[in-house]
Design a protein around this ligand. Structure first.
Ligand SMILES: Cc1cc2nc3c(=O)[nH]c(=O)nc-3n(C[C@H](O)[C@H](O)[C@H](O)COP(=O)(O)OP(=O)(O)OC[C@H]3O[C@@H](n4cnc5c(N)ncnc54)[C@H](O)[C@@H]3O)c2cc1C
Length: 477
């Protein structure tokens, strides 16, 4: 099939979906395409989920500017689209005199980034805020506005809202080539057919260099910087209520101990430069490194309460730095690259900035009447009181059937996840939307039931149900 559109956005991660939602406010035809079977991105769904004030980014850069302008946008967005966010604050404890020497430069950086509320607290103040932190600390930096966000819902909610406002989402749609003629993109070739677009925005993360090459606008490379993580069970006895950060390294923020919005403790990541863009393997060395650093921050952590481990790949650009290019050479091409380790936090600013740059280059923005700014999330049974639960079951008896015992997820929530705009088509997509399979047993109990529900609701056979797209069938065919 062939498509015609005003704007084609390549990549449905945090950046692409933020742009799609923003553009859906205007009288434009917009297509958002992704090579994956679901929205959510690659890096976006496997990151540390910190929505921070970005006091650690290099000051006076585009990244710094966008980080600060992104910040207030989250307050509205999370409220309008029901995206879970917890303004828990962060603490960077100082564990020895050597680390203490770094503190003045970190404070100066924060100040130069316009983050004035980062303060150095004493040992006693830190212990009062976070009793499980290493008691040997000599004090620490406290950043009260740092937050944790649901990285899944940030992307899914914006995609759902964009669709409600007319954006078309094409999944399993890989861009394979572009035909450029007379300084203009004539056709974008994809695995779902050809797309003719007046504007093409490349938000392909780790693969944005490959897309950029297709239009001859590539003076950079992108390689993966691997981050390995542990997730601890919700019932692990030693937890933290702030994000605990180690002193940053030149390539990353260092190891973090993170209280996720869902109640788990996330521990990681590493920062390992690789060449292979498909290497998502955890390694013993990497995980040992993370565990050692995490225990230095919070010595009582029960690493044996790990329920799973995973890898995320940061798109590291060379030369480094955020780059948002509205091409003069190829009319209508917009390349976004270098969105490496702060992209979740900065995504809303990137969307606003990119669209503004496109407008300066000739994109006509006429506001739509009737933009739907709100999106309701799926009502979470486990959060409700007994009385509210009874009411939910009365309205929809499927709320009375628990499918995922660990997370107390009901059949109704799973069915809703499948039938929403940009609905779940795979077991992992259900998991990201309603957390069935995210608990201690990691889907050991509920996966067969989830397969049955997906098959029934999509009218396919259980053998056709996949874990995450491609040929990842859950059952032998
Ligand atoms: C370990 C780790 C920790 C991080 N921690 C944080 C953090 O705490 N806070 C923070 O703000 N940021 C963090 N980040 C960075 C953040 O995750 C990224 O900067 C951000 O997610 C980038 O979003 P994106 O949309 O540009 O890319 P992605 O999420 O990678 O999305 C790109 C999309 O493009 C699609 N695509 C690629 N090629 C094609 C093609 N040919 N055709 C169609 N589609 C294509 C992909 O399938 C993918 O869905 C972290 C990243 C990692 C990996």
């Amino acid at each position: 099939m062939n498509y015609n559109t005003d704007v084609l956005i390549i990549g449905a991660g945090a950046v692409g979906t933020a742009i799609a939602r923003e553009l859906s406010k205007f009288q434009l035809d917009v297509i958002l395409c992704d090579k994956n079977d679901d929205v959510g991105g690659d890096a976006s769904k496997s990151c540390s989920s910190c929505c921070s004030t970005e006091s650690t980014v290099t000051p006076f850069t585009l990244e710094s500017k966008l980080a600060q302008s992104s910040r207030p946008l989250f307050y509205h967005l999370c409220e309008e689209l029901e995206i879970p966010i917890n303004f828990c604050g962060s603490i960077t404890p100082v564990l020895n005199e050597e680390q203490m020497k770094v503190i003045p430069s970190m404070q100066e950086k924060a100040f130069n980034n316009g983050v004035y509320d980062v303060e150095f607290l004493t040992h006693d103040e830190i212990m009062e805020l976070e009793p499980n932190i290493n008691p040997c600390n000599l004090g620490g930096l406290y950043s009260p506005r740092d937050a944790q966000i649901s990285q899944f819902m940030l992307v899914i909610a914006q995609a759902e809202n964009a669709v409600a406002n007319g954006v078309e989402v094409l999944l399993d749609c890989r861009v394979t080539g572009m035909e450029v003629k007379d300084g203009k993109i004539e056709t974008v070739n994809t695995t779902k057919g050809d797309i003719h677009a007046k504007w093409v925005i490349n938000c392909a993360g780790l693969y944005c260099d490959e897309i950029a090459k297709m239009v001859g606008e590539c003076d950079f490379t992108v390689h993966p910087r691997k981050g390995q993580f542990f997730i601890l069970s919700k019932d692990t006895p030693v937890k933290v209520s702030h994000t605990i950060m180690s002193i940053p390294t030149p390539t990353s923020r260092g190891t973090l101990v993170i209280p996720t919005v869902d109640g788990n403790i996330l521990v990681g990541p590493t920062a390992e430069d690789l060449q292979d863009k498909t290497d998502k393997k955890t390694t013993k060395e990497g995980l040992d490194f993370v565990a050692r650093n995490a225990l230095a921050l919070v010595p009582g952590l029960h690493m044996e309460d790990t329920i799973t481990q995973f890898v995320g790949l940061r798109p590291a650009r060379e030369p480094e730095g955020y780059n948002i290019l509205v091409s003069e050479k190829v009319k209508g091409y917009v390349g976004i690259s270098g969105i490496r380790s702060s992209g979740l936090t900065v995504s809303l600013g990137i969307a606003k900035y990119t669209i503004h740059e496109m407008q300066k280059a000739g994109l006509e923005l006429k506001r739509k009447n009737g933009f739907i700014k709100r999106r309701e999330g799926i009502v979470k049974f486990s959060d409700k009181s007994d009385e509210e639960k009874a009411k939910l079951i009365e309205k929809d008896p499927l709320y009375g059937k628990i499918i995922c015992r660990c997370e107390q997820i009901t059949e109704s929530e799973i069915v809703q996840a499948i039938h929403r705009p940009v609905g779940a088509r795979t077991v992992d997509a259900v998991k990201r939307r309603v957390r069935a399979g995210m608990g201690r047993c990691q889907g050991g109990f509920c996966s067969p039931l989830v397969i049955e529900i997906i098959a029934r609701e999509l009218n396919i056979s259980p053998e056709e149900v996949r874990k995450r797209g491609g040929v990842s069938y859950m059952l032998d065919k």
